[in-house]
Design a protein around this ligand. Sequence first.
Ligand code: E4P
Length: 214
Amino acid sequence: MKFFLDTANIEKIKEAASWGILDGVTTNPTLVAREGKDFDTVVREILKIVEGPVSLEVISTDWKGMVEEAEKLASYGDNVVIKIPMTIDGLKATKILSSKGIMVNTTLIFSPAQALLAAKAGTAYLSPFIGRLDDISSYGMRLVEDIIQIIDNYGFECEVIVASVRHPMHVLEAALIGADIVTMPFEVLQKMIKHPLTDIGLERFLKDWEKMKG
Ligand code: E4P
């Protein structure tokens, strides 16, 4: 299972990369805007740190604009993946970009039908937003299960990125159903490490060691 960080924050990306478990990064306009820096600066900094796929999202909503933006972004590095929203223009742009060998991550997927269309258009990654579905009393992880089933049924060559992740249980559930990738905020990654019994256990081991010495 691959772990992506869902952030444009350089310090968090550096920290996760230093743990040796970071496979890639996803960003979106909200996350880049949050950093308060110029887009190009942020992107170039991320690409210096991350060797795996880095998803950068287009702002255009028409297919021609999306393709133009995507081509510029793709020139930043071989590991750049273009995030395209799940719209009709997004589908057209995906078909064009994928046939040119530019990798697409279809974002804002909220139904299995949308995922099927994006897969047919040749996307490399499907990003179902599970947290936002849970927020409106829908079962986000069910969507991931359905998408995995559809991909397996037809052998589509795309990977599922479980997105809009809110807590460690989302990561665990995604792992149990065999999702390829989870993209998560740094805070979720931090929470996955913690267990009070680990802290208590370590404290006790060290105390006992000190007693033996003294
Ligand atoms: C995914 O690629 C998106 O950037 C992200 O997961 C959205 O998450 P949110 O619903 O927490 O904004």
